[in-house]
Ligand binder design. Structure first.
Ligand SMILES: [Zn+2]
Length: 1016
């Protein structure tokens, strides 16, 4: 045979064999003797950020970003069906549910099959991947529950992996509560401080066992994996359309055949990651933001890589999920270092501390908090009335609230049009819930809950804009025998007194309690600036032009039973002596000397008239007597023209100097005094107004601040803070809460996990505050509680600082691409947004602060829900019950327990969550085991079954405990004994709770509920 012919024949056979269809072997499992590279296909789909959630879903507004989640899910499902070895994890249920509702039965069947085979796995499983700095823990639980319920219903699955890959820092509450207590076996994320990461890579401690709770200790640990870099694949292995990574070209007939080269790249990247990871398992996160819009681009490459890398044999590549990875880690029987506390604050480089977002969009953060508490109360009332299948419901509000917990929503790091979209969703949810609340209250007041609430005559109105003194139902003219009926509902499980303030027009009014007795009340004149703010915002937001403005706030002390209401009636004061007391008004004069004392009860605040400011805090009961000052200042936001061109922006706080805000002249003080409260009004400067309230029956000061529009005509963005200063010697130490729950000890310029290189002494010591912040020395505790999430710190010993508002002029280059410069517009004329909010200050003798922080913290989270009706004549009591309690009238929850969920489920069952409010060792009396009598919570129902569930109520607690992995840890630390409540006795039905324990139950009943009249 001629040589030439041989070559031809050989070549022909070569073509034949090599150009055939290649069956890639992708079914490889774990090989214990090799380095296993777990390829985890995922798509990170933000539930709103640059585009709204719906725009991301349908793929609209693509000039901003070509992202379409529908395409992701459509194409991933097809790709999974094409090869049984392929896997994918999906996270955001807000998107998945949108998609699921649009699919046919056939697709449903196919997807259910993929889920049951483990090809498609739901991880995290909440409606969104929530932020961890700014949400309240109750919202985190609710949004996770909503997602988990759906996954359970449709797929019978319980997610077991936490996947918080993009949140900007990580909270202790995430680890133990939204991790371990959900039954998760592991938690993964990417963003930790760059210094921390460097050390962890060095020491191979990127993977740890995280113990987030002091109180629950080792009983609530979770295995936690921090990615070596980010949540995208190693360089060169990203395969979306138009990506620059080299594709595996394995067709010998085509140019650029590169199999060996790509295999070498793969092995090199794997070995490099193995260098910073313990055990022979590493995870590659194969995906990033909104990827897999055409899933085959990824799967085709991964099929080839798995096939050729395993043929090569140096390392073992496999399709995997975080569950498979977690189990593999567990199987190695390795001992892991223990991590405590949290991962705040987060800096990704020297001058980039992500601590600005703790305060960004403070109005939105305040709105979310207000809706969160309203949702909690509305669900209670929905239960007392009985859930009506035709609505109105709280479901729309639940859905909106769940979406806004996303890490680009409540964080304030989204574009303006997206923030508007979130607010609109909340407002729509509120409107439906408001209707439900009104009808529930009417039904209960008319005592018709046992007859199904038909034919209800009473119409209740509510006032969501009460903070700007806009409340049409209370501003009615009370003439011609008409009076105003006020129902005050208390969502807390304790009897509670609080001061109600409503705007009124007339000055001759009398407030009567439910028995018709006139009670003390006080009229406080509304300042012109308050009326100005009111009218401007009503015009801008409602398009209404109120002709009349209320002249006064009417304040009176109201009281309501646990989970119940009380009724008050306001009418024109006909009898002398019975009408409301007008406040005395005193305005100091410039140049006046001496001090003025404010407060009639135990708490007195002294002000220097000369300096126009607070100087002394005196409590005559607790004998606290302390120097105290309060001041304002602003940080100039860095404009990015120097230092790594980093600007202060929506995410990042990078101050360029701090500037005290002093009253321009000696601002006079105006003091209002009366039988209910005293107020001190201060015009700090043309754009900061402050009212300090001292209630006669309370021992804390409430400060209402109005900040804005922040002037930026000088070209400087500003971040406005207030400082509360004492002479306490606090040794760089302060305490801030974790999502409104546990308090975490902070030490200025210090981190427990590594030697901190201090580059940003201010921004690097900022922490998120949802409940409060406190300081202590050997004599006293200074506590400040907040009404929404803000950033705060203690930059100087004895001082607490809160950031209240930010207005900035530069983008901070973290992707949002828009300046955080919130405005309010009316007729195309825009000004910077004004923020109104409250914080609360108290000083206690050492060891006594926790009781106030915990109790008043609950009151701030759950204010009285107030509803109004008009009454003709005096016939209210003949047709309505004046007081109501949803619990046994003699019962109240223990002081250390709160009911954080009471919700009727579709099938008449009830979801109940009880939370112990104290940490171990936090309070001498109340950090103890508590018990709650379920029978007394449901006095008119017969409980037939109580089932304890996991935190998200998607599985029985016992089952969850049985399944959960218990990890081996290095040198187990001595810990205080963990106290948890025992099993619920089926006869006594008493629930015990240990410190910081939250227990979740599904309760079945066997009889009907009759509401209850109580004596006040
Ligand atoms: Zn994200």
């Amino acid at each position: 045979m001629e040589v030439g012919l041989v070559v031809v024949i050989l070549f022909a056979s070569f073509i034949c064999t090599r150009s055939e269809f290649i069956v890639y072997n992708t079914s490889q499992g774990i090989v214990p003797s090799k380095l296993n590279v777990h390829l985890v296909p995922h798509s990170h789909d933000d539930v709103g950020w640059l585009k709204t959630v719906d725009q991301y879903y349908v793929g609209a507004n693509n000039s901003i970003r070509g992202a379409c989640v529908q395409n992701v899910l459509d194409s991933v499902i097809q790709a999974l069906l094409a090869d049984k070895s392929r896997k994918f994890v999906y996270v955001e249920q807000a998107f998945f549910q949108r998609w699921w509702r649009q699919q046919s039965e056939t697709v449903h069947r196919a997807v259910k099959q993929l889920v049951s085979l483990g090809q498609l796995e739901f991880i995290n499983g909440g409606m969104c991947m929530h932020d961890e700095a700014t949400p309240h823990y109750i919202d985190m639980i609710d949004q996770t529950t909503l997602g988990h319920q759906f996954i359970k219903q449709e797929f019978g699955q319980t997610p077991r992996i936490g996947w918080q890959i993009d949140s900007f820092g990580h909270s202790a509450v995430q680890a133990y509560l939204l991790g371990a207590e959900l039954g998760f076996d592991s938690l993964f994320f990417a963003r930790i401080d760059y210094q921390d990461r460097a050390k962890r890579k060095d020491e191979k401690t990127l993977e740890v066992v995280w113990q987030g709770s002091k109180s629950l200790g080792s009983s609530s640990q979770i295995f936690t994996g921090i990615f070596p870099r980010h949540y995208d694949p190693p360089d060169g292995f990203t395969f979306e359309l138009n990506e620059e990574s080299l594709l595996v070209q394995d067709n010998i007939l085509l140019f650029d055949y590169n199999v060996q080269e790509r295999v070498n790249d793969f092995v090199a990247a794997a070995l490099s990651q193995a260098n910073v990871t313990r055990t022979n398992h590493i995870m590659w996160t194969m995906g990033t933001d909104f990827r897999y819009q055409y899933a085959n681009t990824w799967f085709r490459q991964m099929d080839k890589l798995i096939h050729y890398v395993n043929k090569d044999g140096r390392v073992n590549a496999l399709y995997s999920t975080p569950s498979i990875y977690t189990d593999a880690k567990y199987e190695t029987n390795e001992s892991w270092p223990v991590k405590s506390n949290d991962f705040f604050p987060y800096a990704n480089q020297e001058n980039a501390y992500w601590t600005g977002y703790f305060t960004s969009r403070p109005a939105f953060k305040g709105y979310v908090r207000m809706m969160s508490s309203y949702y909690l109360a509305a669900r209670q009332l929905e239960f007392f009335k009985g859930r009506n299948s035709s609505g109105p419901h709280t479901d729309t509000l639940a859905d909106a609230l769940s979406i806004v917990q996303h890490h680009d929503a409540i964080s304030g790091t989204q574009r303006q049009h997206v923030a508007d979209d979130y607010a609109k969703r909340l407002a729509m949810g509120y409107l439906e819930a408001e209707e439900l609340v009104a009808s529930s209250l009417a039904c209960l007041a008319e005592s018709k809950a046992n007859t199904g609430c038909g034919n209800i005559a009473t119409k209740f109105q509510q006032c969501p804009l009460l903070n700007i003194s806009y409340c049409p139902p209370s501003e009615v003219a009370l003439s011609h025998g008409k009076s105003l009926v006020i129902i005050v509902y208390n969502p807390l499980g304790w009897k509670r007194d609080d001061v109600i303030r409503i705007p009124v027009i007339s000055e001759l009014v009398t407030v009567r309690d439910s028995r018709g007795r006139a009670i003390e009340s006080q009229l406080l004149p509304l300042s012109n600036s308050s009326v100005g703010i009111r009218n401007y915002h009503v015009r801008a937001y409602l398009g209404k032009f109120p002709s009349d403005a209320p002249k006064y706030w009417l304040a009176f002390s109201a009281s309501a039973p646990p989970l119940g209401f009380n009724t008050y009636v306001v009418s024109i004061g006909d009898r002398a002596g019975a009408s409301s007391t007008r406040s005395t008004v005193y305005t100091s004069e410039v140049g006046e000397n001496g001090t003025i004392e404010v407060g009639r009860g135990n708490l007195k605040l002294n002000y220097s008239l000369e300096k126009g400011k607070l100087t002394q805090y005196v409590n005559s009961r607790s004998l606290v007597n302390s120097f105290i000052e309060q001041s304002y200042s602003f940080y100039a936001g860095n404009d990015g023209s120097d230092r790594d061109s980093q600007a202060s922006g929506a995410y990042i706080f990078l101050p360029n100097g701090s500037f005290p805000i002093k009253s321009e002249a000696q601002a006079p003080l105006t003091v209002l005094r009366g039988p209910v409260l005293d107020e001190v009004h201060q015009h700090i400067n043309p754009w900061i107004y402050q009212i300090t309230r001292v209630y006669n029956e309370k021992e804390h000061a409430e400060i209402e601040f109005t900040v804005g529009p922040i002037p930026v005509d000088d070209g400087i963005g500003k971040e406005v803070v207030t400082q509360i200063t004492t002479a306490m010697k606090t040794n760089r130490t302060f305490y801030t809460d974790s999502n409104g729950r546990d308090f975490v000890k902070r030490i200025r310029d210090y981190r427990s996990d590594w030697d901190l290189q201090v580059n940003q002494p201010v921004a690097g010591n900022y922490y998120p505050i949802n409940l409060g912040i406190y300081l202590e020395d050997n004599k006293m505790e200074l506590s400040v509680l907040v009404d929404r999430s803000v950033g705060g710190s203690s930059s100087v010993d004895g001082q607490i600082e809160l950031m209240l508002h930010r207005r900035l002029l530069h983008d901070d280059h973290r992707g949002v691409g828009e300046v955080l410069d919130e405005k309010i517009c009316f007729h195309d004329e825009c000004t910077g947004l004004t923020i109104k909010g409250n914080f609360f200050i108290r000083i206690d003798p050492i060891g006594e602060g926790a009781k106030w922080r915990r109790k008043v913290g609950q009151e701030i989270y759950s204010p009285f829900l107030v509803a109004f009706a008009e009454q003709d004549g005096d016939n209210w009591t003949s047709s309505h019950i004046p007081t109501f309690s949803g619990m046994d009238i003699s019962y109240s929850l223990p002081d250390n327990v709160a009911m954080i969920t009471l919700q009727e489920l579709e099938d008449g069952k009830v979801l109940l969550r009880l939370a112990h409010l104290y940490e171990i060792g936090e309070d001498e009396d109340l950090s103890t085991k508590a018990s709650v009598e379920l029978k007394k919570l449901f006095p008119n129902k017969e409980i037939s079954r109580v089932t304890e569930m996991s935190l998200s109520a998607n599985q029985e607690r016992a089952e969850m405990e049985k399944k959960r992995l218990r990890w081996k840890t290095e040198a187990s630390k001595e810990e205080t004994k963990v106290v948890r409540g025992g099993p619920v006795d089926p006869v006594k039905l008493t629930v015990e709770l240990g410190p910081m324990e939250i227990r979740t139950f599904i309760i079945n009943f066997s009889s009907i509920f009759f509401p209850h009249e109580v004596d006040s």
